[in-house]
Design a protein around this ligand. Sequence first.
Ligand SMILES: [Zn+2]
Length: 426
Amino acid sequence: MKNLLLIVAALSLLVSEWTLAQPYHIVIKNGHVIDPKNNVDAVMDVAILDGKIAKVAKNIDATGARQVVNAKGLYVTPGIIDIHTHVFFGTNMDQTYSNGPNALPPDGFTFRNGVTTIVDAGCSGWRDFETFKKQTIDASQTRVLALLNIVGSGMRGGKFEQNIEDMDAKATAEMAKKYPEQVVGIKLAHFNGYDWTPTDRAVEAGKLADKPVMIDFGGSKPTLSIEELFLKRLRPGDIFTHCFGQLATREPILDVTTNKLKPFVWEAQKKGIIFDVGYGGISFAFSQAIPALKSGFYPNTISTDIHTGSMNNAMKDMLNVMSKFMAMGMDLKSVIKASTWSPAQAIKRPELGHLTEGAEADVALLDVVDGKFAVRDTGYFGFFDYTGHKIEGKQKLACEMTIRKGRIVYDLNGIAEPIVVRQRPQ
Ligand SMILES: [Zn+2]
């Protein structure tokens, strides 16, 4: 009898411990959840516990939650993934994007845009990746992943990026395999010349490391054939960035004389080539994107190519680029998909980019701001490209809140209740 009582007492203690442990850390109430991977597009609550998505359902009980967020009128999406950024910032003033002044510190631009994961697109190569990892990846709250430059010394500018001798597929693949958590692929960028060797070396490294490559086609006169690139040189799953660029030194995907997409581009997308926006400074032109979208061609992934140059010009930030695609007629759900689940798949990280129960809780709360709050009383927002081509949009995305790994890291208007959670004594 005494034993039985003890067991009952122990059990009731366990039960009360269990019920005490149950309240969620964060409950986001009444937001419109868009989670393309799980085909969710409805008003739902989202509960977070221990850094993970605990539940997505209607009317989740928020009793006892540490923080409750009123998301009425907002969209709740997976944390945004930007697969083309430049973040190997440093003080080597003559090294541009490689430990130099043209790159940015990740946390300085990500969370205010709902972005929780970024991919550095080739700032570092196998020679300097470990420095990049130590000073940027390991020191950031943003999840920072990397495409290794096929050039061993990364994106140092000038003659360094033209040095075919330093494009070592084996050494690049070995570094990629040494850091499978952080390195998601190989990057070719900025090579100028009528020569397939850099492309082939990048693909060779990609094959050795079993990872995709991202191609920024640099420039050459005459231009290298993108039909050959897509259909002969690249593998399904390889990424073509700057897909809406229109420069004399790069072949564009849209025939500018007929304003029609070149037929092999459809074939290439069907084959599995990933068409990535990689907006950048001069790598996006409405003259390419508008007719392409009108004909039903959507980019697979939306990304910024953010650096100190592009961020203060036409590109600005991820939400501005996403808003431009809405202004061109791409629906919100497709825009969210191209900025969450599709990039996660492109970098072969299927655990990211969705709100499945058990997934790490990276979440964005976005507002679709109506045109009546736009520039003065014009009723629209203005979106322009680097050529001065301007279009008008009735809506613009704004970030209200960003949650990274189950913790609120950005709250524009203090919509969390309470705003600050005091640490409990251990
Ligand atoms: Zn870039």
